[in-house]
Write a protein that binds this ligand. Sequence first.
Ligand code: GUN
Length: 295
Amino acid sequence: LIIIDGKFVSSQIRSELKTEIEKLAEKIGKTPGLAAILVGENPASKVYVGMKSKACNEIGIKSSVVKLNENISEDELLNVIKKNNEDNNIHGILVQLPLPKHIDQNKILNSISVDKDVDGFHPYNVGNLIIGNDTFYPCTPYGIIELLDRYKIEVSGKHVVVVGRSNIVGKPIANMLLQKKKNANATVTVCHSNSRDISEFTRQADILIAAIGSPEIIKADMIKEGAVVIDVGVNRVEDNSEKGYKLVGDVDYQNVVNKVAAITPVPGGVGPMTIAMLMKNTVKAFKLINNINMI
Ligand code: GUN
């Protein structure tokens, strides 16, 4: 049994990036900059943006958090993005999702410069991902690929079952694993909230990717003996702790762990990887903008 340690791999990647940023700074006298835009008071979003910003600063990416009022107009938000698109010290822009309901998310994501789209949510970059071109890969799916790679878990020819079809995880990971490429070339099934019987599919999975957003709904009897389970869920459930909640995945870990070959825990699995890959994308954007191919 392998417990896939995303926290450890994430720290490895961050330390690799730190070294790379130092070398880049020596070479061109500049360092990468990230603008993280946070609209409103969503508690989870605040935590995520805070963690992203802190992690960036620790490795030499200058990060600025742009905190905006819940009631900001769409035009005002578009203006903030425009300003960052034009700012030569900013190489990556991320708008934390979800946005308040009165703002059209697609319009906002469309307005981010495709060269600074470190979340990989702009339709141009999504299109390139599906075609199989090099692009900014969305951070969570990219983190999953990186974990599978660093743990030498073969994907080629395997049956990967993705549960969930979000634009942030389900759709991009399914499309990435489908490509005729290294670390991909899988047979991919995507099931979702309208699938007739999810377990019929999950039981066939050599690799199961759970990205549903419902606490512990993937049970042991839904999983094949010896499967690899990647749990993307980050669900807050109330408990008696000081915080008042704990984090659990989409997978019933305690029971599932007994029959799998490998599994990602929550927390400490996929979550920390998302942040590491955001930084990797920011360094990539920095190199692209500065025309650097080194390392
Ligand atoms: N909301 C949930 N996941 C993400 C993410 O990876 N990036 C952004 N910007 N918002 C999110």
